[in-house]
Design a binder for this molecule. Sequence first.
Ligand code: GTP
Length: 603
Amino acid sequence: MINLASFTPDKIRNFSVIAHIDHGKSTLSDRLLERTGTISTRNKNEQFLDKLQVERERGITVKAQSASMVHTYQGNEYLLNLIDTPGHVDFSYEVSRSLYACQAALLLVDAVQGVQAQTIANFYLAFEQGLTIIPVINKIDLPNADPKRIGEEITKLFGFEFSECILASAKQGIGIDDILNAIVTRTPPPIGNREKPLRALLFDSWYDIYKGVISLIAVKDGELRKGDQITLAQVNNTYEVLEVGLMYPHQTPTDVLYAGQVGYVVAGMKLLNEARVGETIHHYRKPVELFPGFKPAKPMVFAGIFPTDNDEFELLQDAIAKLMLTDASVKIEKKSSPALGLGFLCGFLGLLHMDVFKQRLEQEYNLNVIITAPSVVYKVLLTSGDTIDVETPSDLPDVQRIEKILEPIITATIITPQKHLGAIMQLCHERRGEQKNMTYLSEERVILTYELPLNEVATDFYDRLKSLTAGYASMDYEVSTHKEADLVKLDILLNSKSVDAFSTIVHREKSFYVGRELTARLRSAIPRQLFEVVIQAAIGAKIIARETISAMRKNVIAKCYGGDISRKRKLIDKQKEGKKRMKQIGTVEVPQEAFLAVLQKEQ
Ligand code: GTP
């Protein structure tokens, strides 16, 4: 058995793999672990690094998994620590912290698809942190692979020589040794001093039902042993270390973690939010300089989650509590909605994060939920001079109290084949986008930079982009600023009663269109009732759209019953069954499908 703790910094290499979604990061990681004998080659189809069911289904990495491996180069053994990063823009803070623990990054680019939006975003994250970047062109086994063309993109955009690019096929195991050797030869070893006081960076943590919170740390200086008292500097909590070790590839306890090493620590923490990504760990009462850039998770998108059946509230509450053990970045607050009953207001890092959370509720806990249209966080300057954050439309103060509303703006990078340029520009224009830049990546492909309101991309922008370009465009974004906008709260009234769940904040210019659209959708989703139902869209007291559902005619009801007792019984039973799926808004009964129809396609 190799003594994992014995590797000194000059024999350690810490690296991560950065890539656009689907360019083969997980496959390559598995191959590296196999080639170094860390995992067996038997379960080839079982990816080691991707774990959640939703990750497998969608082929995305939500939760990073790191692993150590030992590679022999020119007769010397090296400990290579692969620090995995989440593969999506919502988690860019986590990516930046993981990269901070590395000295190098493999920049993986698909030999058919070439550089995509996330390739660029990830490149810059790694570049800004001063990492050695090793370009790898993957999937060269594919019949239409064009490594030369992709190499040109890489050299043009990032300034590499073509000779620096490693040609590989993670699937067929081509180029894997070259990659391992390049990690050893091109990456500088971590700089660390064992003699200095302990200074370690926490870059990932997860919840284990037996051990509580397990954190991954990069030890920059000093050493960490079982039994040590440690302090997490930002939250200022102190714990006793119960176990330390390396992910080889599963938790493998060691006596000690030395400067330069990357490993896990178990310290009896019960809640994930005690172990925030970016934390600085030091020995109790031996403070050290903090690692820069710590920031607690900040939700960008809010949505209400309600049980479809009100009786399932407790189940939902339980499930959410359990999910929060594994995801500390969701912000949860109980919320009561007159229309949807008791539920939760949840804050997410982004749209994918929201989708994943919802899918996990449904898949892992078998719950059916109604999720309200996502809302972004507005900054509202009041006439009193105060500024408040508004997370849901119902929190927007009265118009008279508002001086101005600022909305979050993203800077989006979109890479597209040139032939779709017109359609994308049109889409961005419709979504109040402002073009900032346009450069040619090659003769056929263009990089567009746009500023867009987050609110306008919060619903179906990404899907529209994909369908307009047959899946060939890619997008990445970061929230860049807040800007003033002429925004209004649009309410939907059913027989004069406002339905909180349907309220939305929209740009004034779009409010008529959105109002007409929502009322029309509700008109076709709400069944006729014994009385007339008036559906209105309103901004303050001003009605901007109206639809009417006329009352059920009395003779229709009479005909239904028709004196036939068994038919009457059946009808009443059916109505009872139906009632369960109805929500009562004032006197109007609204079927759950109507909520889904409106909320899931809002805007
Ligand atoms: P995220 O987890 O979303 O970041 O994706 P990923 O980058 O980890 O991609 P993944 O490894 O899941 O690979 C995506 C798809 O590409 C899978 O269907 C892989 O089997 C396939 N793939 C990966 N590498 C190769 C390769 O070298 N050749 C071929 N032909 N297919 C590959």
